[in-house]
Design a binder for this molecule. Structure first.
Ligand SMILES: [Zn+2]
Length: 381
């Protein structure tokens, strides 16, 4: 069942260039795209609960939360509704770091930065527990059928499910739309108390071959759990674990030093948390957003997958409106609402931005199968 607004009926082959001239297609991926492969991946609303319940938080983060929200929130048997939301925690920290609000609990800037780093590492650990070493079947199939050179992926997700799927393409596709200096890997364990002294990460021999190519840009608007940024070099390195064929998540709060021998700066994660105080001043993220806007302007199709345009994402919503609201008949929304009433609410929300968009409520997997069949029928695959 397909429900369209007043739009002409769109079929998948038209998306692939049958009825429309072959051109650029941008796919905009939200959390629902990851959930097609990992239904149990925690929603934003449950993320902090999952982190505390599974023991993925270290002491520093636990005592920070206990001090701000009271020790009750740490109880192992507490329900999700009894714990703070992770977006509130990020907002408290980020609003203070940006100078817009007082510090929670009168904490110093250093403590807030440290707590934020622990929060990001905990997210990495909680996501890693759900994903494990498994590879997303739907994501992999999607990555396989995408044509190079006329596809751009924009993602609000900082998990690395789609990254891994693109890495498994042949040839391997690693292209974040911004220059990556090196793919690096961990060299042994960190030594307690000497985090800043040692070069914990080293470049992977031959990785330049991989990070220099990739005809399908994956533009990660909120950063990524495999990005390591050196503020002194102003360079982005990524992790890319060769032997398992998958990128690795940042799950250590202390990341160690930049790999360059002459550089003494520790790495920083690049990740905008789910916060009402979303900050995109980071040079790497600014470049990513500029690239995303350009890709949207140059595209003659926009397919939005598993994304509910949440309120906190007002900047992403504005970017989509700037580039496609006036040509909304070229927008397709792929989603899988749980109930007819959810579907109605979602359609209404999208309709206000994209009045003539087409709605495909059968979900990401169904959509990928349709593209795959269509391409097979046309002898493309
Ligand atoms: Zn450096």
């Amino acid at each position: 069942m397909r429900s369209g607004f007043s739009a002409p009926c769109l079929n998948i082959s038209s998306l692939e260039g049958g009825a429309f001239p072959i051109g650029q297609v941008t796919y905009f991926l939200g959390a629902g795209a990851t959930r097609a492969d990992y239904p149990s991946i925690p929603l934003m609303d449950e993320l902090l609960h999952e982190i505390l319940r599974t023991g993925s938080a270290e002491n520093l983060l636990q005592s920070f939360l206990a001090e701000i929200f009271g020790p009750e929130c740490l109880r192992p048997e507490a329900q999700a509704q009894e714990r703070p939301r992770i977006d509130d925690v990020f907002t408290l920290i980020d609003a203070s770091l940006s100078g817009k609000a007082p510090s929670p609990g009168g904490k110093s800037r250093e403590v807030l930065i440290e707590a934020r780093r622990h929060l990001i590492a905990s997210i990495g650990r909680a996501i890693a527990k759900t994903i494990g070493e498994d590879h997303g079947r739907v994501a992999r199939k999607f990555a396989t059928v995408l044509p190079e050179g006329r596809t751009t992926l924009i993602s609000t997700n900082y998990d690395i499910v789609m990254d891994n799927a693109l890495l498994e393409r042949s040839p391997k596709n690693v292209n974040y739309g911004v220059p990556v200096r090196e793919a690096v890997h961990r060299r042994g364990d960190l030594i307690a108390g000497r985090f800043d002294e040692i070069h914990h990460y080293r470049p992977i021999p031959g990785s330049q071959e991989i990070i220099r190519r990739g005809g399908i840009p994956l533009l990660k608007l909120n950063g990524s759990l495999n990005w390591l940024y050196c503020p002194r070099c102003d360079e982005l390195d990524i992790t890319l674990l060769q032997d398992r064929g998958a990128l690795t998540l940042l799950d250590e709060p202390k990341l160690g030093r930049c790999y360059l021998d002459r550089c003494t700066s520790p790495y920083e994660p690049v990740l905008v948390g789910p916060s009402l105080e979303q900050r995109y001043e980071h040079r790497v993220l600014r470049d990513t957003w500029t690239r995303a806007e350009r890709a949207l302007l140059a595209s003659n199709r926009l397919v939005i997958i598993g994304y509910s345009i949440p309120d906190a994402d007002y900047l992403a919503r504005a970017m989509l409106a700037r580039t496609f609201a006036a040509r909304s008949h070229l927008v397709t929304v792929v989603t899988m609402p749980k109930t007819p009433s959810d579907q109605r609410i979602l359609e209404q929300r999208f309709k206000r931005l994209f009045p003539h968009s087409t709605f495909l409520p059968e979900g990401f997997e169904h959509f990928v199968n349709d593209i795959s069949d269509s391409r097979a029928n046309r002898g493309v695959l």
